[in-house]
Design a protein around this ligand. Structure first.
Ligand code: NDP
Length: 307
């Protein structure tokens, strides 16, 4: 028995928490917008907490999955805050894609109350969360990680101990910076090819059988850009945040990083143009607008033209 709480029932938090409901975790959930937590409880049978403090009370593990580390820090204090509920010996398992510096601050605050901290951001997207097939990158003490491993294994297929506290966040940020870079670079390259008479689907077919391929060209462009579907699974605002963390990390480590800094700047601009709710792949629309070309498959373009 590992009594567990889950805070943050967003796009990825919800399918992650689902794997903890109804099992040995005696799950209790809290969400800022209560209606979302009520819907989760009605569908999956967990208990509903009215505050972070109530969620943390009597729990061995408290999972957070919020947009930023600052959001996690904002839940610590006050009569309804996590620290008012945590028992000594509990662990805060932070699955937010957060930043190492704020996490070190959070961990120090928790340590004053005998509470442990493991950063454990995830990769694999909403579909990976639904299939309990996430990769989890952990930072912290090995003993602490072992204690929360059953929770991680409920939604993760590959659990990696990346290093000391904050190492999980750092690794996740760099991974996502590469994702951002691949999306933007592929959009620019395909736009140039389209304007030179090479169809995007043909270009992707060749790239994906060659050395330029990446997740963006193999999956995101064929499934979301060429089709014009652009499903909303991971907000551009969140990827902007991740690239910013990676760029800051490189600067703090005194690594010359013009490409990371430029990628961060591009995504800041895209986020500003697209707003808070757009999906990350919609950044391609920004490149399309600048280039004056649309990267849809011939079928989608002609269907759109016919309507
Ligand atoms: P969403 O924006 O879909 O959901 C965010 C969740 O956090 C909601 O439950 C929201 O509550 C809650 N929240 C936001 N701000 C606060 C706050 N200040 N205090 C308390 N709760 C708050 O985000 P995702 O679920 O997509 O992402 C969560 C984390 O996981 C992010 O760090 C993201 O980078 C990472 N991630 C996301 C992936 C994805 O595919 N979506 C993939 C891998 C990592 P409310 O309902 O009230 O808005």
């Amino acid at each position: 028995m590992l009594p567990t709480a889950f805070l943050g029932l967003g796009a990825i938090g919800t399918p992650m928490a689902r794997h903890l409901a109804g099992g040995p975790f005696d799950l209790i959930v809290w969400n800022r917008t209560t209606a979302r937590a009520e819907a989760f409880v009605a569908a999956h049978g967990a208990r509903l907490a009215v505050s972070p403090a109530e969620a943390a009370r009597g729990r061995a593990v408290v999972v957070t999955c919020l947009p930023t580390s600052a959001d996690v820090a904002s839940l610590l204090d006050g009569p309804d805050g996590l620290l008012a509920g945590f028992a000594p010996g509990a662990t805060l398992l932070d699955c937010t894609s957060g930043d190492p510096a704020t996490s070190r601050h959070i961990a120090a605050r928790l340590a004053e109350h005998g509470v442990r901290f493991v950063d454990a951001p995830v990769s694999g997207g909403v579909s990976g969360a639904e299939a309990a097939a996430l990769t989890v990158m952990c930072g912290g003490e090995a003993d602490d990680l072992d204690r929360v491993r059953p929770v991680l294994e409920a939604f993760g297929r590959r659990i990696v101990h990346a290093g000391p506290l904050g190492a999980g966040h750092a690794l996740k940020a760099v991974n996502n910076a590469l994702l951002a870079l691949h999306i933007w670079g592929a959009a620019e390259g395909l736009a140039a090819l389209a304007k030179s008479g090479v169809a995007p689907e043909l270009a992707l077919e060749v790239i994906n059988a060659s050395s330029g391929r990446a997740n963006a060209t193999e999956n995101l462009f064929p499934q979301r850009v060429l089709t014009g579907a652009f499903p909303r699974t991971f907000r551009a605002a969140l990827l902007d945040k991740d690239v910013g963390i990676a760029a800051d990390l490189a600067r703090a480590a005194r690594v010359p990083s013009p490409l990371l800094q430029l990628t961060a700047e591009l995504w800041r601009v895209a986020h500003q143009e697209l707003g808070e709710e757009a999906d990350h792949v919609e950044a391609v629309r920004v490149v399309e607008r600048l280039a004056g070309v649309t990267l849809r498959s011939a079928t989608v373009s002609s269907a759109a033209g016919a309507s």
